[in-house]
Design a protein around this ligand. Structure first.
Ligand code: COA
Ligand code: MG
Length: 289
């Protein structure tokens, strides 16, 4: 499976200090597990949480799930030690908070210099400062470990002093810009969390909005959010059938060498063939689980 075709429909956060949640995460049907050392962990529990995350990476048992650890920022009293411990532990990615520009990418990349090659750098998009610099930041993917954007809508709302309404109107320009910057430079891009984990109707609407925006998946805070999130972000039967039709149509001898063809009365171009192949690859990876 190539990196970009790996399903990342659902990415569940859990405080690394919560041993019960950590044990549970190894059996949950999520694509990505994010062990948090940052906002979900109280200051007095930070050091133990770091040790628990390092132990969890060493112990493994997460199967095909991607294992990511969110560190405290380098400017905090825990950041330097978190990054040093995680560089040694070597999870699939280290997620870092509150970046404001390209200098931060350089600093975190340096802090991970000793990490194994497979350890990627993912960054939270959650400050007002970074909102206008998304393309420059994403461009750092060439030449650094940077490989992912994760939206942090709670912190963004706090900084903007905006209201986090179900429609998320104040954040739409930033969500669009983040998806475009990520796509332009080949990054993974995950939507922010929905704090509403008891009302799955509200949650599902927000997941569907994230799919419409083009996100690869959504970050989650509670196990109840996993199934609806996976369902929305998995290619549907209709989408798979349409993709198969397009691939088959372009494979016909009479369509060889053509850039645009007619399929079921609609114009289809080579760009749709690319999209169709991607849908089928993701669907295959999901089915292989
Ligand atoms: N990951 C794994 N397991 C989780 C979980 C998570 N994020 N959230 C809850 N669970 C487990 C609980 O341990 C509990 O397990 P049990 O049935 O074996 O006892 C079960 O799921 C049901 O939990 P529930 O009682 O509904 O929720 P809660 O009141 O215990 O916890 C939260 C609610 C919000 C505190 C909790 O879901 C949480 O910590 N979420 C993650 C927060 C986070 O990491 N935030 C940072 C990014 S925004
Ligand atoms: Mg945050």
């Amino acid at each position: 499976m190539t990196e970009t075709l790996r399903p990342r429909r659902s990415a569940l956060y859990l405080p690394a200090s919560n041993a019960k949640a950590l044990a549970k995460a190894r059996g949950l049907p999520v694509d990505v597990v994010i062990l948090d050392l940052e906002d979900a962990v109280a200051p007095e529990a930070k050091v133990d949480a770091r040790a628990a995350a390092v132990a969890a990476v060493a112990e493994g048992g997460f199967g095909r799930r991607e294992l990511v650890v969110r560190a405290n920022g380098l400017a905090t009293e825990w950041g330097v030690d978190d990054l040093a411990a995680l560089a040694k532990a070597g999870p699939d990615a280290v997620l870092v908070p509150k970046i404001t520009g390209v200098e931060d990418i350089a600093a975190y990349d340096r802090a991970l210099a000793g990490a194994p090659a497979h350890t990627r750098l993912w960054v939270m998009i959650e400050t007002c400062a970074v909102a206008a610099r998304l393309d420059d930041v994403a461009a750092c993917a060439a030449g650094t470990r940077l490989a992912g954007f994760v939206m942090g809508t709670n912190d963004l709302a706090k900084e903007m002093r905006a209201r986090l309404t179900p429609a998320r109107t104040p954040f739409l320009p930033v969500l669009t810009a983040a998806v475009c910057a990520a796509r332009a430079h080949g990054l993974v891009v995950l939507d922010g969390v929905c704090n509403e984990f008891r009302d799955l109707g509200v949650f599902r609407a927000e997941v569907e909005q994230g799919l419409e925006f083009g996100f690869d998946g959504k970050t989650l805070i509670h196990p109840d959010q996993i199934d609806p999130c996976n369902a929305v972000f998995s290619p549907g039967m209709d989408e798979i059938a349409w993709a198969q039709t397009i691939v088959a149509a372009f494979a016909l001898p009479e369509n060889a060498g053509k850039g645009a063809i007619k399929v079921d009365g609609k114009m289809v171009e080579l760009l749709h063939l690319d999209q169709a192949r991607r849908v089928l690859a993701i669907a295959e990876a999901i089915a292989a689980d």
